[in-house]
Design a protein around this ligand. Structure first.
Ligand code: ADP
Length: 576
């Protein structure tokens, strides 16, 4: 098993990678979403708070402006003699009453106040411009109390149980004595009109916690605790609104503006949605990329596996080939060895056959030696006698004959010795006439006995072939010997050696005028142990001729003919 990962383990790794990535993304998404949520919350909250605070500041000014406008009217009126005169006469006559009403209506009309009233020092209503009071003039007790303490009276008042007004009051004093109170009542219509433009709830609570001014009509005159239950920052409902509050210490009030918390909520949802969307997008990209990487890894793995398979196949095939190669070269070695052995055996055979031939020729050859030896003996005896008779000429002639005969014997025995030697294995330039001469020395006695003539083409004198001398002699000896055997008993037996052509290849014909060989035996005669001369022949003569010619790189073939046998020898010429 190689170190490369299997397909399944790659897939398992990527499953783990995906799970890890999902986990990391989940954690990041949670953290990111939380961060976005908290950032948006604080930002939006700040924004809503700022908006509400702005509204608060403006509306506080509106309220202050309205009240401020009327604050100085009662003290100014209190200093007027005309007003003091109203309280001078305690008698409640109709004139004073009318006068007071007229004044009150004038001031009301000029200032735009809701009402102007005069109270006597004992609290009795002297006169008022409009009949806005019920049985008890609103805020009278508080205004009287302030007047007695010689300060500007200011109080919230309810007219006829539901109309809310603000009252300023100043004491009218003459000679240090409190004569009465001038009260100016201010309505909140203008303020409420201004507040109505704001979408955020705005309300004012007095020191008792009662909402007496608001742009929400249904909240009016309700204790703030009731409303606050909805907007109490401590409760869960605070989620819907953000309460921004300012004290108005002069009046002992609190002005509230409720910022719309839903903006925060919608910003939060937008932030959460947006960050989730981003993380979804990131997740899609991450998983897409992981998928791509996995695809690439799988592709590389497949390529690698393919390459490995190929490599392995090549390796196996190479191994098979090298095994086959080894066995082939082993076989070749064996064959070479067998061939070498065959050559050696053939050489042995050639040698053996040659010696056998020599053995066969022994009788003839010994006759060939014995005859001159006997003659030498006779000539020697004659020479002795001639010397004794002082016939030097005869003795000299005899000695010459003896010398010639010794030379003949010595040539024969020398040739026999050379022929019997183990032949050389290589080839060299050999004059055909030398080999023929050797063969003839050996075969001539047999031919002579059989009365067979051997004719050699004089053209062969100068022919030199690439061969071995002893082996070429053996070829001729064998061919001549076979022909003489075939011709035995014939009176006109004749063997001819002819040169047919002498180019690069030298072509010779060895023919006889014997019975010839049947054409169907043309190949068989060269087979070892083929013989028709049962009991006399061993059938290896022609097979040796065939092998020797092969060794020379030449050939021997039996030519078809109507007369005797014709053997064609082809040899490489050794002449340039
Ligand atoms: P052997 O001579 O011992 O029989 P060889 O191989 O020399 O063996 O010859 C094989 C046969 O070829 C001979 O038996 C003979 O029948 C035939 N043969 C060879 N040379 C001649 C020839 N010149 N004429 C007729 N027959 C021949």
């Amino acid at each position: 098993m190689d170190s490369w990962l299997s397909g399944r383990s790659v897939r398992r790794r990527f499953v783990r990678l995906r799970a890890g990535a999902a986990l990391v993304l989940l954690v990041l998404a949670s953290a990111g979403t939380y961060a976005a949520w908290s950032l948006t919350t604080s930002r939006t909250r700040e924004y809503v708070q700022d908006q509400a605070a702005e509204t608060l500041a403006v509306q506080a000014e509106v309220l202050n402006g309205v009240l401020e406008k009327y604050r100085l009217i009662p003290p100014l009126l209190a200093r007027q003699d005309e007003i003091a005169l109203l309280f001078a006469s305690l008698a409640s006559d109709a004139y004073i009453e009318n006068r007071a009403r007229t004044l009150a209506e004038e001031i009301t009309g000029l200032s735009g106040a809701r009402d102007v009233a005069f109270f006597a020092a004992d609290g009795k209503l002297l006169s008022a411009a409009r009949d806005i009071f019920g049985d008890e003039p609103a805020g009278r007790a508080e205004l009287l109390k302030a007047a007695k303490e010689n300060r500007l009276g200011r109080t919230v008042a309810l007219l006829k149980g539901e109309n809310r007004v603000y009252a300023f009051g100043a004491g009218v004093r003459r000679n240090g004595r409190l004569m009465g109170v001038v009260a100016v009542y201010v309505g909140f219509d203008a303020v409420e009109r201004a507040w109505a433009l704001s979408a955020d709830p705005i309300f004012v609570t007095d020191s008792d916690g009662i909402i007496f001014l608001s742009n929400r009509q249904d909240w009016l005159l309700k204790p703030v605790s009731e409303i606050d239950a909805k907007f109490n920052p401590e409760t869960a409902d605070a989620l819907t609104h953000i309460d921004v509050m300012r004290d108005l210490p002069l009046m002992g009030w609190q002005l509230h503006v409720l910022g719309d918390r839903s903006r925060v909520v919608s910003a939060q949802s937008a932030a959460i949605g947006f960050s989730l969307l981003i993380f979804l997008l990131v997740a899609v990209i991450v998983f897409f990329q992981i998928g791509r990487i996995e695809g690439r890894v799988m592709l590389r793995r497949r390529d690698r596996a393919l390459a490995l398979r190929l490599e392995r196949a090549v390796r196996d095939r190479t191994k098979e080939l090298s095994l086959a190669n080894q066995s082939l070269s082993h076989e070749i070695d064996e064959r070479i060895e067998a061939e070498r052995e065959l050559k050696r055996v053939q050489r042995e055979l050639i040698q053996t056959a040659k010696l056998a031939g020599v053995g066969q020729m022994a009788a003839t050859l010994s006759h060939e030696i014995n005859q001159p030896l006997a003659a030498i003996e006779t000539y020697a005896a004659n020479t002795k006698r001639a010397l004794a008779l002082k016939k030097d000429e005869i003795a000299d002639d005899n000695l010459n004959r003896i010398t010639a005969m010794v030379a003949r014997i010595s040539e024969l025995s020398g040739t026999l010795l050379a022929f019997s030697r183990r032949p050389e294995t290589k080839t060299e330039p050999v004059p055909v006439k030398v080999a023929l001469h050797e063969a003839l020395i050996l075969i001539r006695p047999k031919a002579d006995r059989a009365g067979v003539a051997i004719d050699v083409d004089p053209a062969l004198e100068s022919v030199v072939v690439d061969a071995g001398r002893i082996r070429l002699s053996q070829v001729f000896v064998n061919l001549f010997s076979n022909a003489i055997d075939a011709l035995s008993g014939r009176p006109d037996g004749r063997i001819a050696v002819d040169l047919k052509s002498a180019g690069e290849t030298v072509c010779l014909h060895v023919s006889d005028n014997g019975p010839g060989i049947a054409p169907e035996l043309a190949n068989e005669v060269f087979e070892p142990f083929f013989t028709t001369r049962t009991g006399q022949g061993n059938g290896i003569g022609l097979s040796i001729v065939y092998n020797i010619m092969q060794d020379f790189g030449g050939s021997v073939t039996l030519l078809p003919g109507d007369g005797g046998a014709v053997f064609e020898l082809r040899l490489k010429s050794a002449l340039p």
